[in-house]
Ligand binder design. Structure first.
Ligand SMILES: Nc1ncnc2c1ncn2[C@@H]1O[C@H](COP(=O)(O)OP(=O)(O)OP(=O)(O)O)[C@@H](O)[C@H]1O
Ligand SMILES: [Mg+2]
Length: 256
């Protein structure tokens, strides 16, 4: 693909694993690039927990600084994680989030898209105006679907709606989360019901739960694990991977 991807990580249902998938994709991508994650789950965003961040600035600060400073550089609002992922976290106060103006948030998102780095937009469940704006800007739609009937039906309805809106369905990447759940539907059933082949099947695994609770995505703590390699393969389909990924290059990325 040409140009840095802009991924909207969406799911019609909450709690399906959007942030888990988003954080693991970002940490995996950071091995090759310098991704920016923007938390558009504005009221109750959880990107900061996925990376255990302590942000100095957040989305509401970015909106304010942009309004005050016009075209000034606001890159310093990003919180950098040792992986190389930079994050713009959601407001800490849901009341502050409620006051956010969607157009102003969009200006901030557009600013970071304009930097030419890969951008991952984590979203809240459903299709809020922030999620729709994220999808409007995305080059790729990562639809996270669980293995339960409500998730599958909601994903199917979302894709149907996207079709009616004239969106490019070839840019959808279906991610089946908890694909190995014993009580869940099989990945084959999910694919058939949703009408798409999965780009990524993420097993149910305690390392993913622990990663979220400890603020350390599996793709960071154990990139060579089966889960780490699964994410890596998917990421390699999304971004241009440099010819050689030498240890010297990786060492350079660790420098501040
Ligand atoms: N494949 C998995 N295996 C084990 N635990 C998982 C898996 N995917 C997600 N989880 C856990 O499920 C919980 C919900 O996941 P997550 O926060 O990523 O969902 P979400 O879609 O972002 O939720 P919300 O809509 O509230 O933002 C988290 O505690 C996470 O660690
Ligand atoms: Mg989330």
């Amino acid at each position: 693909m040409t140009g840095a991807p802009i991924l909207a990580v969406v799911s019609p249902k909450g709690g399906n694993g959007k942030t888990t998938v988003c954080a693991n994709l970002a940490a995996s991508m950071a091995r090759y690039s310098d991704p920016v994650v923007i938390d558009l789950d504005v009221h109750f965003g959880d990107v900061e927990y996925a990376f255990r961040l302590d942000p100095l600035y957040r989305l509401d600060d970015a909106v304010r600084l942009m309004a005050e400073g016009g075209d000034e550089d606001i890159s310093h609002v990003l919180t950098r994680h040792p992986t190389g992922v930079s994050a713009l976290c959601a407001p800490s106060d849901p009341v502050a989030a409620d006051r956010l103006d969607a157009d102003e948030v969009n200006r901030v998102v557009d600013y970071f898209i304009g930097l030419g780095r890969p951008v991952l937009l984590d979203t809240a469940g459903g299709i809020s105006e922030f999620t729709l704006a994220a999808m409007d800007r995305a080059t790729d739609y990562v639809i996270v679907c669980g293995t339960d009937v409500p998730s599958v039906q909601a994903a199917r309805k979302l894709i149907d709606t996207m079709s009616r809106l004239g969106m490019d369905l070839t840019r959808i990447h279906l991610v089946i989360n908890r694909s190995t759940s014993r009580s869940g539907l099989t990945p084959e059933y999910v694919e058939q019901a949703v009408g798409l082949r999965a780009s990524l099947a993420v097993p149910e695994h305690m390392s993913l739960t622990a990663g979220m609770n400890q603020g350390c995505p599996v793709t960071e703590s154990d990139p060579r694990s089966a889960i780490g390699q699964t994410f890596d393969r998917f990421v390699r389909t999304l971004i241009e991977v440099p010819e050689s990924d030498t240890l010297a290059e990786r060492l350079r990325k660790l420098l501040p």
